[in-house]
Ligand binder design. Structure first.
Ligand SMILES: CC(C)(COP(=O)(O)OP(=O)(O)OC[C@H]1O[C@@H](n2cnc3c(N)ncnc32)[C@H](O)[C@@H]1OP(=O)(O)O)[C@@H](O)C(=O)NCCC(=O)NCCS
Length: 174
């Protein structure tokens, strides 16, 4: 457990921790819920099976964090390290906090943990991609030190409108 948050008078708390294989089903459900909103993530269905998810969680090169609220997983962060010698100094970050649990500091705490984890393993650069329409996410990443390093114009069509793919990264060399 790395963070506990409770609103005044609220008995449920947010527990943020590294995922266990037994979290696989809850992770899939959380990710699918955010995908079903259709406006934040590229995927329309979560690509990992329960078994695949468990294998991914066991991979020491990757980090999976979950945010548990009561007995439900309401946030998931994945960090996938580059597989080859040429890109092992990088990692790709993805995050999804479920509707109703956003803007409570969960995302910031999960990403901060992932940054510390990356540093401790010699990762020099953390990358992510975000829709240009996702202003809250872009602002959250900026506050954590991520900078825009590229834009892929009109990379997506969401609800009938072209949307740019914003490439952001955090340089951990300093
Ligand atoms: C983007 C996301 C990861 C941020 O996590 P979060 O727990 O909601 O964010 P935090 O509470 O840590 O807030 C960090 C900052 O983000 C911005 N922000 C987040 N949610 C916001 C909201 N609903 N309204 C306004 N600003 C918001 C604010 O700048 C905030 O800083 P502040 O607390 O000083 O105002 C989360 O909202 C989320 O998963 N959204 C849906 C899925 C998604 O967009 N994933 C990322 C795809 S690239």
């Amino acid at each position: 457990m790395i963070f506990r948050h409770a609103e005044p008078g609220e008995h449920l708390k947010y527990d943020i921790r590294e995922a266990r294989p037994s979290d696989a089903r809850g992770i899939i459900s959380c990710m699918q819920g955010v995908m079903d909103e259709r406006v934040f993530l590229v995927g329309e269905y979560y690509m990992w099976t329960e078994k695949g998810e468990q294998d991914r969680i066991r991979n020491p090169d990757d980090l999976t964090l979950v945010c548990q609220y009561g007995d439900r997983i309401v946030g998931v962060l994945t960090l996938q390290r580059g597989y080859y010698r040429k890109n092992r100094h990088t990692a790709q970050l993805g995050i999804a906090v479920g509707a109703g649990h956003r803007h409570n500091g969960v995302g910031t705490r999960m990403i901060s943990y992932a940054i510390d984890w990356s540093r401790s393993r010699g990762i020099r650069k953390v990358n992510l991609e975000v829709f240009s329409t996702n202003k809250n996410a872009i602002e959250a990443y900026r506050k954590l030190g991520f900078m825009v390093e590229g834009v892929r114009k009109n990379q997506f069509i969401i609800e009938g409108m072209y949307v740019d793919d914003i490439l952001m990264s955090l340089d951990l060399n300093q």
